[in-house]
Design a protein around this ligand. Structure first.
Ligand code: SF4
Length: 444
C-alpha cells in the first residue's frame, strides 16, 4: 500500500491539494492501493477536543506534583513549573469552551468576525496551555515554535531525542502511529510544503523508519525542491531515515518510484528523485515537469472533509503551476517550478463540475501562485456558458488588463467572490525596486 500523509501545520479551512493530486494520478495509471491522510487537521481537531486531551491535563498535574516535590529547581525547571501552574488554571477555565470554539468555526459563526477571532483566540490559548508539558515548545492553530530550528538538519534530528519537547514525536507516536503501522505499507509519502511542516513531517518519517525499516519513505513538496544542492552536497543525515526526496512536480516521479520499487528496483530511472546509493547521493537530472492537461481531477476520497474549519465545504483547485511573472526580487516561488504552465480552462471547468457533483461542494479556492488574467477570462466565460453554479476565490497580481472592459463583472458572474492581491508595498519606488511590475494607478 502507498500511504500518503500531510503533516502539521497548515491552514485548517480546507485540505491541501498535493495528496489528492497524487492519489488521482496514481489511480489514473492503475495504482489503486493508495491511502491519503491529513494529520494536520486530525491533530488540530484532536488537540481541541477536551475528552481527547484529558490525558494531557493529567500530565500537567503529574509534572506539577513532581516538580513541587523537588527540594530545588533549576532556572529552566522553574520556568516550566510556572508555565504548568498557569496551564492548570487556564485549561480548567477553557475546558468547557474549547469544543465549542472549534465547532463554531465550522458553523455560520465563522462569518461573524468577532466570534471568529474569539474562537481563534480560545484555540491558540488552549493549545499553548494544554501542551505546557512540552514547554518551551508551543503550538498555534497554524504554526509551532520549538527551540529546534527547522532550518538545521542537526537540530531537527536532535529533536527526536527530546519527545518531552517535540510534541509531534510524542503525540504522533501515541495517537496515530499504531494505526499507521497496522497497514500493509511498502511506500510511505510525506508532503512537506511549508517550513512549519519540516519538524512534524521529518519526525513522522523517523518514527515510521524506526519501527518499519523496510518501508520506503519518500518526502516531496516545495521545501526540499529549494534544497537540492544542500541535499546533494552535504550527503544530508536526513538520508538515515528518509529513503528518497521527490523535488519539483511529483505526479510522474511518484508513479515511476512505485513502478520501480515494485519492479526492478532501479531508482536511477525515476525522474526528479534524490536518493542515496552506496553512500553517494544521486540526483536524477534533468528535472521534468508535468503535462498539466493530462492530469486527472484531484481525488479527495479518504480525507476527513467534515473536519476542516469552514461552515461550507471548500476544495482547492489548480489553474496553473509556477508564476507567469517570475520577476519579483524577493520571491522564491519561481525556484519551486521548472516553468510556468497552465491547465486549459475547459479542463478546470470540468474539475469544478466533477468535484461539485462528487463532494457536494460549491466553494473553491484556486491554489495558483498568481492567477493568469487570460486564463481567468476564458475560465469565467466557460463557467457562465455551462451554467456551473459555484463560488470561488484565488490570489493574483495587480494587472492593468483586469480593469479592461467588463472583466471584473465577468469574474463576478462566474462566481468569484473574493480576490487576494499581492501588494507588498504602496510606494512606487519600492515596487519598482522589487520588480513587482505594478503601477499604483492600477491599484487606486
Ligand atoms: S507575482 Fe507573486 S508569485 Fe510571482 S514572482 Fe511576484 S511575488 Fe512571486
Amino acid at each position: 500500500m502507498i500511504y500518503l500523509v500531510f503533516p502539521t501545520s497548515w491552514h485548517p479551512s480546507q485540505p491541501y491539494l498535493s495528496l489528492p493530486s497524487l492519489k488521482a494520478f496514481l489511480n489514473q495509471n492503475g495504482v489503486h492501493d493508495v491511502v491519503q491522510r491529513d494529520l494536520a487537521i486530525e491533530l488540530l481537531n484532536d488537540l481541541c477536543t477536551w475528552e481527547k486531551t484529558k490525558p494531557l491535563y493529567e500530565k500537567i498535574i503529574r509534572e506539577l506534583n513532581e516538580l513541587s516535590s523537588r527540594p530545588s529547581l533549576t532556572q529552566v525547571e522553574s520556568e516550566k513549573f510556572a508555565k504548568l501552574r498557569e496551564a492548570e488554571e487556564i485549561v480548567m477555565a477553557l475546558k468547557d469552551q474549547i469544543d465549542f470554539a472549534i465547532n463554531s468555526q465550522r458553523s455560520p459563526d465563522f462569518y461573524e468576525i468577532d466570534q471568529y477571532m474569539e474562537n481563534l483566540k480560545v484555540m491558540d490559548v488552549w493549545l499553548d496551555n494544554i501542551l505546557a508539558p512540552y514547554y518551551p515548545s508551543q503550538l498555534t492553530v497554524i504554526g509551532s515554535q520549538m527551540r529546534f530550528s527547522p532550518y538545521s538538519s542537526k537540530e531537527v534530528i536532535d529533536s527526536f531525542s527530546h519527545p518531552e519537547e517535540n510534541f509531534f514525536y510524542d503525540l504522533y507516536e501515541k495517537w496515530y502511529l499504531d494505526d499507521i503501522l497496522k497497514q500493509d505499507i511498502d511506500i510511505f509519502g510525506i508532503s512537506i510544503t511549508s517550513v512549519e511542516q519540516i519538524i512534524s513531517g521529518l519526525t513522522l518519517a523517523y518514527l515510521v523508519k524506526k519501527n518499519r525499516p523496510e518501508i520506503h519513505i519518500t518526502v516531496g513538496g516545495s521545501v526540499f525542491t529549494k534544497l537540492v544542492d544542500r541535499l546533494e552536497k552535504d550527503a544530508s543525515p536526513l538520508f538515515d531515515f528518509v529513503d528518497s526526496f521527490i523535488v519539483h512536480e511529483g505526479e510522474t516521479p511518484l508513479l515511476r518510484l512505485v513502478e520501480h520499487l515494485r519492479g526492478d528496483g532501479d531508482l536511477s530511472k525515476v525522474p526528479n528523485l534524490i536518493y542515496k546509493e552506496e553512500g553517494v547521493v544521486k540526483v536524477n537530472r534533468p528535472f521534468a515537469k508535468e503535462e498539466l492537461n493530462a492530469l486527472p481531477t484531484p481525488d479527495f476520497d479518504g480525507l476527513p472533509l467534515d473536519l476542516y474549519l469552514s461552515p461550507t465545504r471548500v476544495l482547492p483547485v489548480m489553474g496553473s503551476r509556477g508564476c507567469y511573472w517570475e520577476k519579483c526580487a524577493f520571491c522564491s516561488i519561481p525556484f519551486d517550478h521548472m516553468n510556468f504552465h497552465v491547465r486549459y480552462a475547459e479542463n478546470v471547468v470540468n474539475d469544478f463540475k466533477v468535484l461539485q457533483e462528487k463532494y457536494n461542494c460549491d466553494h473553491f479556492f484556486f491554489t495558483d501562485e498568481a492567477l493568469p488574467i487570460n486564463f481567468l477570462r476564458t475560465f469565467s466565460a466557460k463557467i457562465i456558458e455551462q451554467k456551473v453554479d459555484v463560488q470561488w476565490t484565488g490570489e493574483l497580481k495587480f494587472e492593468k488588463s483586469l480593469l479592461k472592459d467588463d472583466r471584473m463583472e465577468l469574474l463576478y458572474k462566474s462566481g468569484c467572490r473574493k480576490l487576494i492581491f499581492g501588494l507588498e508595498s504602496y510606494n512606487q519606488r519600492v515596487l519598482d525596486a522589487m520588480k513587482k511590475g505594478v503601477e499604483l494607478s492600477w491599484v487606486d
